[in-house]
Ligand binder design. Structure first.
Ligand code: NAD
Length: 316
């Protein structure tokens, strides 16, 4: 493909990923293996960080055993990943020559807004500030990046440059297997940033789609109401969880049913997304199912803890 913008040709030669949960570690995997970009993987929780690095070792080992990659490729990719405790803004990234940051922290607007505001103060443009958000407005995150000590830089050259390098780079779970990246420009995103994000997605071995900055973008605007409805059908006692999932697997040729998929995504993440959709649209069709809220209250948030709608032996 011909690059339209000279800046878009700038290589990503160093990256940082913030949040080493299920998405952060998957993004680290494809960035190191396919895009061949060295990176630091940050998480405030020492236990999450160490279990994610162990999980990465296992993922590389599994792909070598399955002859998907050679041992040399696996070792070279693993050597590109360094774990670092913290959220990247407390001495983790200062002065680092990073071309791209992708955050994969929880789907909570205030958390992401604070992070973008801190990252923008730390890493000047043209470092791209990417978000793996499933539903939160990139335009809001870009506005947070163009604020300094609470003051808006909107429509100044500096503010435009700060906000123009923010973009949504939305990977799918599990990242090593799923072949899609949804790229979402904020209203402020520059064409160069958009093109570099698309090129990065392709370098990670993914097909890239583009969505406008609208609640839930393409994927979750459609998927989350479906998952929520499946939970409501279960809650009303219309069918068992197995029969709901079987309906989608065998009746609609989905690889997994909506309740099993909700467990894979994480019920906490589903609830956060549903709340963002409700808040952003004001449309009560996005009201989260009561059972979803109760399950999250109970801490039964899916595969990552071993229990959601189903039970799992392997906990991350
Ligand atoms: N789970 C999915 O299927 C899926 C798919 C696509 C996108 N996403 C999006 O990816 C993001 C992460 O989701 P996940 O499933 O990996 O969640 P997760 O709960 O597995 O991981 C989140 C990680 O962020 C860390 N964290 C918490 N607060 C932090 C902070 N302030 N700064 C830095 N790190 C912090 C946590 O320790 C945790 O390891 C969310 O925005 C989610 O919407 C999730």
């Amino acid at each position: 493909m011909k690059l339209r913008h000279p800046d878009a040709a700038r290589q990503i030669s160093r990256a940082a990923i913030i949040g080493a949960g299920q998405m952060g570690l998957g993004i680290a995997y494809v960035t190191a293996l396919h895009a061949k970009v060295p990176l630091t993987l940050h998480d405030p929780s020492p236990s999450v960080l160490s279990s994610s690095l162990k999980r990465l070792d296992k993922l590389f080992e599994r792909d070598v055993e399955k002859a998907r990659i050679s041992r040399e490729e696996a070792e070279a990719a693993r050597a590109r990943i360094t774990g670092r405790q913290g959220d990247g803004t407390e001495g983790g990234l200062e002065g680092e020559d990073v071309d791209l940051v992708i955050e994969a922290i929880p789907e909570i607007p205030d958390l992401k807004i604070k992070l973008f505001s801190r990252l923008s103060a730390l890493l000047p443009p043209p470092t791209i500030l990417g978000s793996n958000t499933s539903s939160i407005s990139l335009t809001r995150l870009a506005a947070a990046a163009s604020r300094e000590e609470g003051q808006s830089l909107t429509n100044t050259n500096e503010g435009n440059a700060q906000a123009g390098r923010v973009v949504g780079i939305h990977f799918f779970n599990p990242v090593p297997q799923m072949k899609l990246v949804e790229v979402i420009p904020a209203l402020q995103t520059s064409p160069e940033t958009l093109e570099r994000a698309r090129e990065f997605g392709k370098a990670c071995g993914k097909e890239v789609t583009t969505s406008a900055d609208s609640p839930g973008f393409i994927a979750n605007a459609i998927l989350m109401p479906m998952i929520n409805e499946a939970i409501i059908v279960l809650e009303k006692g219309i069918a068992t969880k197995e029969d709901i999932d079987t309906t989608f697997r065998l009746g609609m040729a989905h690889p997994m049913g909506p309740l099993a998929l909700a467990d894979l995504i994480g019920l906490d993440t589903c609830l956060h997304i549903q709340r963002v959709l409700l808040q952003e649209t004001g449309d009560t069709k996005y009201r989260p199912a009561g059972l979803l809220v109760r399950m999250v209250d109970a801490g039964w948030v899916g595969r990552k803890v071993g229990k959601g709608f189903y039970e799992y032996d392997q906990v991350r």
